[in-house]
Design a protein around this ligand. Structure first.
Ligand SMILES: *Cc1c(COP(=O)(O)O)cnc(C)c1O
Length: 388
């Protein structure tokens, strides 16, 4: 079948082939890396397509175009980190304007929102986005922006993007969905009407834990341009080499994600049946409290899950000392499996009371499931659990 007969290329084709064999200088199959910070003018008063690396870079732009295509957006801005991506959306806010965010959002996002709101750059309210009544009440104040994160970290609570967008757009509130935990392989928020998608490309999109980066994808071309303008104004752009590495990571995004989530599902089932475990949080399990929404809005359940050990917190120490193939580290989305202990690591700053409110007990562990053989990962977990 020719390309015309088959219609638009499939997302996995876009991911695997974006920019491949497009080099006009030497016909390099892999797109070249442009490191130059400056570009020669064609002549007097005649700039070329690029003039200065903060405003634009061919390698970074290629990644932005790939991400926009994968998320179904009009354009994307590639930033130096996921936090810089969130901050880019905040750059345009005026004092007094209200932003809504989930009460259990990523810790760095919460810190950024509180810090900027603390300087009166805008107002912030944290709400439970699983409670649509609470969302409706908060929207009565006509916020300019609502940040959504689904699934949440580390409890994997899934919120209903379409329901949130419907209510937000009623009062002209823009919606930005942080899609870091799932990637466009499993969820495409713009299909549900969201205005922006936020990514920490540090995680699944790059997938090899060797860069820190971010991106904002916009549904509307004018919004995409305005964000690109602000990125140039504020200098939040990502580095070309990081963009090049992320393009390389992106080529295997689909098979990586599919393999990792298949293993995550097996691990979730194994943990759910294990006598030393009291709870497993994975949206793919029928028992998960927001499984129905995940089934409707996601194309896959992802490769992140968390679970609670029965008994005292001492068991956590024994588990971590004995588990194999899961490295004790923060972050997620790489080819290597990681285990983290939210109470002493990612969520330590929150304080015990806020953690208890969010359901994050001292016995909760979070897994980022990688590409190792499923049988090895199950055996590695069994080793940890039998030591508890
Ligand atoms: C990691 C992460 C971020 C922040 O991204 P950085 O690249 O670390 O700045 C934002 N949101 C979510 C959900 C994340 O996991």
């Amino acid at each position: 079948m020719t390309e015309d007969e088959s219609g638009d290329p499939k997302p996995e084709t876009i991911a695997a082939s974006f920019g491949v064999a497009s080099d006009l200088s030497h016909a390099a199959v892999v797109p070249p890396l442009y490191l130059s910070s400056t570009y020669a003018f064609d002549g007097y008063d005649k700039p070329g397509a690029y003039d200065y690396g903060r405003a634009g870079n061919p390698t970074r732009d290629m990644l932005g175009q790939a991400l926009a295509a994968l998320e179904g957006g009009a354009g994307a801005v590639v930033t130096s980190s996921g936090m810089a991506a969130v901050d880019l959306l905040l750059a345009r806010l005026r004092p007094g304007e209200l932003v809504l965010a989930p009460h259990d959002c990523y810790g760095g996002t919460m810190r950024l929102l509180k810090a900027r709101a603390g300087l009166d750059q805008f107002r912030i309210r944290f709400i439970d986005q699983g409670d649509l009544r609470e969302v409706e009440r908060a929207l009565e104040e006509r916020p300019v922006l609502m940040i959504v994160e689904t699934p949440s970290n580390p409890m994997m609570r899934v919120s209903d993007i379409a329901a949130l967008v419907l209510r937000a757009h009623d009062v002209e509130t823009k919606v930005a969905v942080d899609n870091t935990f799932l990637s466009p392989v499993c969820q495409r928020p713009l299909e549900f009407g969201a205005d922006f998608v936020i990514h920490s490309t540090t995680k699944y999109l790059n997938g090899h834990s060797d860069i820190v980066g971010g991106a904002v994808v916009a549904a509307d071309p004018e919004q995409a341009e305005e964000l690109a303008h602000w990125s140039n104004v504020a200098g939040s752009c990502g580095a070309p080499f990081d963009a090049w590495l992320t393009l390389r990571g992106l080529r295997t995004l689909y098979p990586r994600m599919r393999q990792q989530q298949a293993t995550a599902m097996s691990i979730a089932r194994y943990l759910a049946d294990h006598p030393t475990i009291s709870k497993v949080y994975y949206p793919g399990l029928e028992s998960h409290h927001t499984h129905a929404i995940a089934l409707r809005q996601q194309k896959g359940f992802g490769a992140m899950l968390s679970f609670e050990l029965k008994g005292s917190a001492e068991k956590v120490r024994r588990f971590i000392q004995s588990v194999k193939f899961f490295t004790l580290a923060e972050s997620l989305g790489g080819v290597e499996s990681l285990v983290s202990h939210p109470a002493t690591m990612t969520h330590a700053d929150m304080g015990a009371e806020a953690r208890a409110e969010a359901g994050i007990t001292d016995n909760l562990l979070r897994l980022s499931v990688g590409l190792e053989a499923e049988s090895d990962l199950l055996a590695g977990l069994e080793r940890g659990l039998s030591a508890c």
